[in-house]
Design a protein around this ligand. Structure first.
Ligand code: MG
Length: 299
């Protein structure tokens, strides 16, 4: 864990550094407020800072205010070092955004205890951020297949439509539907159905290009966004997908289950309404089903 010490008095800086290094922290020492702010602005900045109140450049209070004004997601815990110990000064320090203060000359064990209290807060906040990120990812991922869920694919499609309008490029979207999926479930059970879905997603994902984006639209339906792709290139991608999916049956508990897909394809240039695009690819998909499945149809 990295800790920043900003203190202009060399003796005090050395003692602080020695105390914190002995406790096993990775100490970064600076001698003025401007340098302190530079350190705290960095991407992998220390999460805990001990700032002297009075120092050249920015004061500890000013550094504090700057850190708080930035409003970064990762919290920086700040301990102010002060020779001012009147209540008014302490209140002013806390108002500027300091979490705690230590009065100079400091007592080593008190400093240790206050740093440890700060680290407890930092650790709690890190756990909170991790949990938040995990929930964010979960809320955008399809639990069974691990690809984007409906919400995530729509967000992505919206972004790509804006981009294709801005860059005046084509965009294609494909609605993919596993053929006779209900009868797979009915004949072999839902676990077999799940295995088929997962394996088909694996095959499709290994076929598409790095900038294509696949999401689960509903039960056995998938939406594929193909940015910067015109009709003929979209057709090529979709034909490769059909080949991959039907190349060999999916084997589940020794049972071979043949799989095919039907795909409805639509291509646009310029801004279009998301609903219209979905509707068009849906219509094309129904035509593909009508014509005997295991094929791609253009809207
Ligand atoms: Mg000073």
């Amino acid at each position: 864990m990295k800790i920043l010490i900003a203190e202009d008095d060399p003796t005090s800086r050395r003692i602080l550094g020695a105390v914190l290094t002995k406790l096993g922290y990775d100490v970064v020492s600076v001698a003025d407020g401007n340098e302190a702010w530079e350190e705290l602005k960095k991407d992998s900045s220390p999460r805990l800072a001990v700032l002297d109140w009075m120092m050249p450049g920015l004061t500890g209070l000013e550094v504090c205010s700057k850190v708080r004004a930035r409003g970064a997601e990762e919290y920086t815990y700040i301990i102010l070092l002060t020779s001012n110990s009147s209540h008014e000064d302490i209140v002013e320090g806390m108002k500027s955004g300091a979490d705690d203060y230590v009065v100079k000359p400091f007592n080593r064990s008190e400093l240790e205890a206050r740093v440890k209290a700060g680290l407890r807060i930092i650790n709690l906040q890190s756990e909170l951020l991790l949990a938040k990120e995990k929930i964010r990812v979960q809320s955008r991922t399809d639990a069974l297949t691990g690809i984007a869920n409906r919400r995530a694919i729509f967000d992505h499609l919206d972004g790509e439509l804006n981009r294709s309008e801005r860059e005046r490029k084509n965009i294609s979207i494909a609605m993919l539907d596993l053929d006779h999926f209900k009868s797979i479930n009915d004949s072999y059970g839902h676990q077999a159905g799940d295995a088929v879905l997962k394996e088909c997603v694996r095959r499709i994902s290994s076929t598409i290009r790095p900038y294509d984006f696949l999401g689960r639209y509903g039960g056995e339906e998938f939406l594929l966004v193909l940015p910067g792709t015109d009709e003929s290139n979209a057709m090529l991608v979709c034909e490769r997908i059909l080949e991959q999916v039907q190349a060999e049956p999916v084997v589940f508990k020794g049972i071979s289950i043949p799989c095919t897909l039907s795909i409805g394809l639509a291509t646009w240039s310029g801004r279009e309404d998301v609903d219209k695009l979905i509707e068009a690819s849906d219509k094309a998909l129904y035509m593909a089903k009508d014509k005997g499945r295991n094929r791609v149809v253009f809207f």
